[in-house]
Design a protein around this ligand. Structure first.
Ligand SMILES: [Zn+2]
Length: 373
């Protein structure tokens, strides 16, 4: 009989044993770097590089991200590669004057470049695994539930594995994003499931929380037929939480309880909706609508986007970065060269605006980017 060997990869993902380390993911980082170096970045416009980064770079690691929680150092290094590629065309070359990565990683309507943060991609994809674990039948979810649910019905804190670290992270982060459609109440632990509010009842009693988590009571104990039948003690708890029992939707004992993903309208889990729920949002600037219009040339889009964020090699920006030079506008030779001066306040800029206002019949005075809408 020959000794077998385990496969090294599954679905293109290297199988890792033990903790997911930066070393284990280095081949992947190298792949992203090689891919980005291979594109003639310098020959492309800023906008062209953004499109490449958005579609291709973000898809290389997707399989791997669906399984492992990436260490912070790996996320940081990959984002640096993508960021450098977008700004300089070379993954190894850092540009001094750029828009912050946080601002760049917003949808275009929110003033960003439509690039997603790797941490958010990672988390939303792991949430899918966690959702399968919570809701589905089958070998994998049943095996995982058997292994990681402890004696009191909670998730194990002590067992570790390469995969569990990521799923546990996702389970914690998605707790406020799902709830229950109450049926017969048999699947729901009254205290540790969020069947009532956005978080479980035990979380409202911080001091007693540890003790409460030992209770095994099921919600079915509070249901008779298709009506609620709360005990006096439970009624007091609900009253304490400000719940009006008469307004609770009635349970339906003919059905089993089902989990609902609250971040989507259908109640079903969708990775895109999960991503949307976890990412940080930004207000919508007035200029975002027209910059990305199909009427604007791609090359111009990139330039205007940078200007809208105040990014230009004006003298005052260079001074901030300790380049010694006198900041004087080269057109009027009167004022300091700032972006607002060059684009709006300089007498030369004012003449250009006046000319444009006459042609396009615009009444509004242009004093800054917030007036452009
Ligand atoms: Zn000037």
């Amino acid at each position: 009989m020959n000794e077998g060997t385990l496969p090294e990869k599954y679905l293109g993902v290297p199988l890792i044993s033990g903790k997911v380390t930066k070393a284990a993911l280095t081949p992947l980082i190298d792949k992203i770097r090689t891919r980005a170096s291979g594109w003639a970045g310098k020959m492309l416009s800023f906008q062209g590089r953004v499109v490449l980064a958005r579609h291709v770079l973000n898809s290389i690691h997707v399989h791997n991200m669906a399984i492992y929680k990436w260490p912070k150092a790996v996320v940081k290094e990959c984002e640096t590669i993508i960021r450098n590629f977008i700004w300089s065309g070379n993954p190894a070359e850092r540009k001094a004057i750029t828009v912050s990565w946080e601002k760049s990683c917003k949808p275009t309507e929110e003033g960003g470049l439509g690039i997603r943060r790797l941490k958010d991609i990672n988390l939303s994809m792991l949430m899918k695994q966690a959702w399968i674990l919570l809701t589905e039948e089958g070998d994998w979810p049943e095996f995982m539930r058997g292994k990681y649910i402890n004696r009191t019905g909670g998730w194990s804190n002590y067992k570790t594995s390469t995969v569990w670290t990521g799923i546990k992270w996702a389970l914690n982060e998605m707790a406020p994003l799902h709830g229950w459609n109450v049926g017969n109440g048999e699947a729901i632990n009254i205290w540790r499931e969020n069947w009532l509010l956005q978080k479980p009842i035990c979380d409202f009693f911080q001091e007693e929380r540890k003790e409460i988590l030992k209770y095994q009571a099921r919600l079915s104990e509070c249901i008779q037929g298709d009506r609620w039948a709360f005990s006096i003690e439970m009624t007091q708890v609900l009253h304490h939480l400000g719940i009006d029992i008469s307004k609770l939707p009635q349970p339906d004992s003919s059905k089993e309880d089902s989990r609902v993903w609250m971040a989507s309208t259908t109640g079903k889990f969708i990775v895109v909706a999960a991503h949307e729920a976890i990412r940080t949002k930004a207000p919508q600037p007035a200029w975002s609508e027209f910059i990305w219009s199909s009427k604007v040339l791609p090359r111009t889009q990139g330039i205007v986007w940078k200007l809208a964020h105040g990014v230009a090699r004006t003298n005052n920006q260079l001074q901030k970065r300790k380049t010694h030079l006198a900041s004087r506008c080269c057109l009027c030779r009167n004022q300091e060269e700032t972006l607002d001066h060059v684009l709006f306040h300089c007498p030369f800029a004012k003449r250009v605006w006046k000319y444009a206002q006459q042609i396009f019949h615009i009444q509004r005075e242009m004093e800054s980017f917030s007036d452009v809408r």
